[in-house]
Design a binder for this molecule. Structure first.
Ligand SMILES: [Zn+2]
Length: 468
């Protein structure tokens, strides 16, 4: 039955926002579970193995190069050997994982200097619903070091010195050393480790977990773009993409060491689904992995840099990217991206944050829809014309909803209230212009979805017609 719940503004606004339940680090100082913890997620987070992450990254770096344009025949060197090993590892982990090559025949384009078959490696852990939660990293590498004696127009990123300059071809040898221990051996090892941890957890997730190691990232996010575009064309539903790219070193090129924090970049605007995902991760991590600080970045990525999360947002799927606290640009895209620069304790912490957040999302119901089919927010001023009237679409599996609110000139939720199993809420004499509202779905076992925010799209303006 759908009910209208009447609440006074002071009620909603006086309730402190709490982290989505259950989001715990699970173990308190005395090793006891936090009261809001899901012991299954606590166990899953605890089973992330630093040693296995190190072993995986070591093997990946040992392929010498994993350039998308490198050798595919050798059994020990190049991207062919690397992807076959990743595939075999996924297969070995668990019979529950559906492992496949996601192949795309590419024509020569941009930094793809010849026709080539691009291959992403995919492991799927089916859930009880088809909606997908992605954990990803790119396994390809690049050596953009200028060969000795060439002119200095290329930067470490392989780009001209100004954005308008064409991309330069940094090396003519696609088989040159590009070990990519950190970029993105770290994200690849994290993705593979979480595939193992989730598959072995014994947990039945509502969402389908999809673990992908991408190719073609270094040539312009090509493998992820081909995959995400095909998925959108097939009307696939993605709840979240946790992309990890350069997350394995705590020592910056500036000499600063920070093994206690990680950055998350997300595409705005402020209440975009990707920004909502970023906030969610911060809240979940705050309780499940409290020793790790999540630094949210209100931008898509670093200046002039990118990664595969943008292929998802380009296809209207929520996505974020994790980045280590202090990068060492000298090691990236070079023969120096070696294991010596890695901190596997730090990588394990970042993996635990991913694990906690992805498990929480995947156990929760889908986020409620707060727009009409035409995209208009289902919020209004109620019968009096001065109320806040919220409506949302029921989420399968939800037993209650939590309504969030914040002052309109703030960027994170300040208050929340559980409102029972209803799909509308009326708050008399509350101005919808003064607050931002959002709503999340809560499942039978207490897991909470991402928050869907009520947003007003930018006003469409028309040119003024002047009399001639
Ligand atoms: Zn990268």
């Amino acid at each position: 039955m759908r009910l209208t719940r009447r609440l006074l503004l002071p009620v909603l606004l006086s309730v402190a926002t709490t982290a989505p339940f259950p989001c715990t680090a699970a173990l308190g100082a005395q090793g006891t579970l936090r009261p809001d913890a899901d012991p299954r997620i606590a166990q899953l987070v605890a089973s992330v193995s630093q040693a296995r992450l190190q072993a995986t990254a070591t093997t990946l770096a040992g392929f010498g190069t994993r350039s998308t344009l490198s050798d595919t025949v050798s059994t020990t060197r190049g991207i062919g050997a690397a992807r076959r090993w990743i595939y075999d590892e996924f297969k070995r982990m668990s019979p529950k994982l559906q492992v496949s090559y996601d192949r795309h025949m590419l024509a020569q384009q941009g930094r793809i200097t010849r026709d080539v078959e691009l291959v992403n490696v995919v492991a799927i852990l089916p859930g009880t619903s088809a909606r997908r939660v992605y954990i990803t990293g790119h396994y390809d590498t690049v050596n953009s070091r200028r060969p000795a004696g060439t002119d200095a127009t290329a930067t470490a990123a392989g780009r001209g010195t100004t954005p308008s300059q064409p991309l330069v071809r940094p090396t003519i040898n696609d088989n040159a050393d590009a070990p990519g221990a950190n970029d993105d051996g770290s994200g690849t090892a994290l993705t593979m480790e979480l595939a193992r941890v989730f598959a072995e957890s014994g947990i039945t997730f509502d969402a389908t977990l999809v673990f992908v190691t991408w190719a073609g990232e270094e040539q312009g996010l090509i493998g992820s773009m081909a995959h995400a575009t095909a998925l959108r064309n097939a009307k696939g539903v993605v709840e979240a993409n946790f992309n990890n790219d350069i997350v394995g070193s705590s020592l910056g090129g500036n000499g600063i060491v920070d093994g206690e924090s990680v950055k998350i970049y997300s595409l705005g605007p402020e209440d975009s689904p990707s920004r909502s995902l970023a906030r969610y991760v911060q809240r979940v991590a705050g309780t499940y992995v409290p020793s790790h600080t999540i630094r949210l970045m209100a931008r898509e990525d670093r200046f002039g840099r990118g990664s595969d999360h943008s292929s998802f947002t380009a296809n209207d799927f929520p996505a974020i990217v994790f980045r280590e606290a202090n990068e060492n640009y000298e090691r990236q895209h070079s023969p120096d991206d070696k294991l010596e620069g890695m901190d596997f304790r730090y990588l394990a912490q970042n993996a635990r944050v991913n694990a906690a957040a992805a498990a929480s999302v995947a156990l929760a119901p889908p986020a409620p829809r707060v727009t009409t089919a035409g995209g208009t927010a289902t919020i209004g001023r109620g019968p009096s014309g001065y109320d806040a009237s919220l409506q949302w679409t029921a989420s399968p599996g939800a037993v209650a909803y939590r309504v969030y609110a914040r002052d309109a000139w703030t960027n994170d939720w300040q208050r929340s209230q559980v409102v029972g199993n209803v799909t509308q809420l009326l708050m008399p004499n509350v101005s919808i212009d003064d607050y931002v509202f959002g709503v999340a779905a809560i499942g039978a076992d207490g897991h909470e979805s991402l928050i869907s925010a009520y947003v007003s799209p930018a006003r469409k303006m028309t040119d003024v017609l002047l009399k001639k």
